[in-house]
Design a protein around this ligand. Structure first.
Ligand SMILES: [Zn+2]
Length: 481
């Protein structure tokens, strides 16, 4: 038994050193990246600047436009060849809101894609978790009522109960005839959360609002003994807006027609400054570009650094990017899309395909030899709801990071507390340097094994990942049954 373990260790040591030596010139590059980022990263300082100088970065707003200019100028200042990609899209932004329950005012925010103008009064009904099974207990209960439900799962719910997205809960409320929906936030205290309440990105017919957890749970217990009448009135804006993705390019040295796209959304919701969602991702992308430029790195393939706008309102910028790339044929050049959305302090890498797992592991092995805190885990799988999605739906291989955020940061997701104080500078530097290493490896590897999936292969992969149903709900499923 002992000998077996020893043999195993010897085998492990040999395979470890073989992968590390597979790309010997990368060791030096990755060490230079680490030194540059450790000593000169501007991600933290520039993110601080934009949150202070611009505020939130809502797509279509004056601040959103300022944020686009800020990012463009910064990339240009770093010496990158930078351009705007303008797009037009349907957008939503909040106006005013008042929520009163039994004549008492509640702190609240509208969820995005709530009606442009509405003023309703109705008696309230507690719909528990707001899942199908809650309605089925009494399918008439929600009809003509304003329902109270939760963003999360209530404590004491049955084990293994699967939650739904707020937009899906809203769709259920509409289907069961509710005239309004009030969500209790899951985060403790009275943190308010926004985000879309629409599964399609179109305006929904009923108002959807969020109230704090303390206020909401108190109201919920009152409802058990006392009937309540709610009054919701709101004004919002909806219509065509113009916005701009920002694209910076480093042309490939030997394979300029093959492209790695690294992107992160620059836009944020408007309740706070979006420092975590997605300030850390966007400013990592910008600082990776700065690092490459400062070290004069030019790998084999072309790299495009893309800051998307409109992610929060329905992946508007990344959809505009892929539609343009399909129209001009450049979509065929994209070998990988590497997305950074709330990515923080990575310990490993992820990809939709296992085809390049050895490459990812080799890159991670070098990263681990520089800093053992990078444990080099690898996970493969398909997911939705960020800017990689339109690329993924074209069959393009996706790369990502496996990291983590503090509890405080997670509780402020889409909330009125997503501000700069949540940003951890050493962790942000880790994101920049390990992402820069993966980017360099993907752009410089002699061969990439993950190939763009055919339509049939993609369909099968999405079905296997249980993504058929959500993609049908959002109208993004393009296959006939
Ligand atoms: Zn995000």
């Amino acid at each position: 038994m002992k000998r077996f373990i020893l043999l195993f260790l010897v085998y492990f040591a040999i395979s470890f050193s073989v992968t590390a030596q597979q790309y010997p010139e990368w060791d030096a590059v990755f060490s230079r990246i680490t030194r540059e980022v450790t000593q000169h990263s501007e991600a933290y300082g520039q993110l601080k600047n934009i949150t202070q100088q611009v505020g939130h970065r809502l797509t279509g707003s004056a601040q959103g436009e300022k944020a686009e200019t800020f990012a463009y100028q910064l990339l240009a200042l770093y010496g990158l060849n930078t351009r705007y990609q303008t797009f037009e899209a349907e957008s939503w932004s909040r106006g005013s809101l008042a929520v009163e329950i039994n004549h008492q005012k509640y702190r609240s925010v509208a969820l995005a894609h709530s009606p442009v103008k509405t003023d309703i009064t109705g008696s309230m009904v507690d719909m528990g978790n707001g899942l199908e099974e809650d309605y089925q207990q009494n399918p008439e209960a929600a009809k003509g009522k304003i329902i109270l439900t939760t963003i999360g799962i209530l404590p004491g719910s049955r084990q293994g109960l699967q939650n739904l997205h707020r937009s899906e809960k809203t769709a259920l409320a509409i289907r069961y005839g509710a005239k309004g929906i009030i969500f209790i936030n899951a985060a403790p205290g009275n943190i308010l959360l926004t985000g879309t309440a629409s599964v399609t990105g179109k305006i929904i017919p009923i108002p959807a609002v969020c109230i704090g957890n303390n206020d909401g749970m108190q109201l919920k217990s009152q409802l058990q003994s006392t009937p309540a009448v709610a009054h919701i009135s709101m004004f919002n804006f909806a219509g065509k807006i113009k916005s701009r993705n920002i694209i910076a390019v480093i042309p490939g040295k030997t394979k300029p027609k093959e492209k790695i796209v690294i992107g992160g959304h620059l836009d944020s919701w408007d309740l706070a400054t979006g420092a975590i969602d997605n300030g850390i991702g966007a400013f990592s992308v910008i600082d990776i570009a700065r690092t490459f430029k400062s070290l004069n790195l030019q790998p084999a393939r072309t790299i495009e650094f893309v800051l998307f706008m409109g992610e929060e309102q329905g992946l508007l910028g990344s959809k505009a990017y892929t539609n343009n790339a399909i129209a001009d044929g450049s979509i065929a050049e994209i070998k990988y899309m590497f997305n950074l959305d709330m990515s923080n302090n990575p310990k490993g890498f992820s990809a939709t395909s296992t085809g390049d797992k050895p490459l990812f592991q080799s890159i991670g092995t070098i990263a681990n030899s520089i800093d053992t805190s990078f444990t080099n885990t690898f996970r493969s799988g398909f997911g939705l709801h960020s800017d990689h999605q339109p690329f993924m739906l074209q069959g393009i291989p996706i790369a990502g990071l496996m990291g983590s955020l503090s509890k405080e940061a997670l509780q402020c997701y889409h909330a009125d507390c997503d501000d700069f104080n949540l940003v951890n500078e050493p962790e942000l530097k880790n994101t920049v340097r390990f992402a820069a290493m993966l980017l360099y490896g993907l752009a410089d590897a002699p061969e990439l094994n993950a190939k763009r999936l055919s339509d049939g292969e993609l369909k099968e992969a999405l079905i296997n990942s249980q993504l058929e149903k959500p993609l049908k709900i959002s109208g993004d499923w393009r296959w006939e049954d």
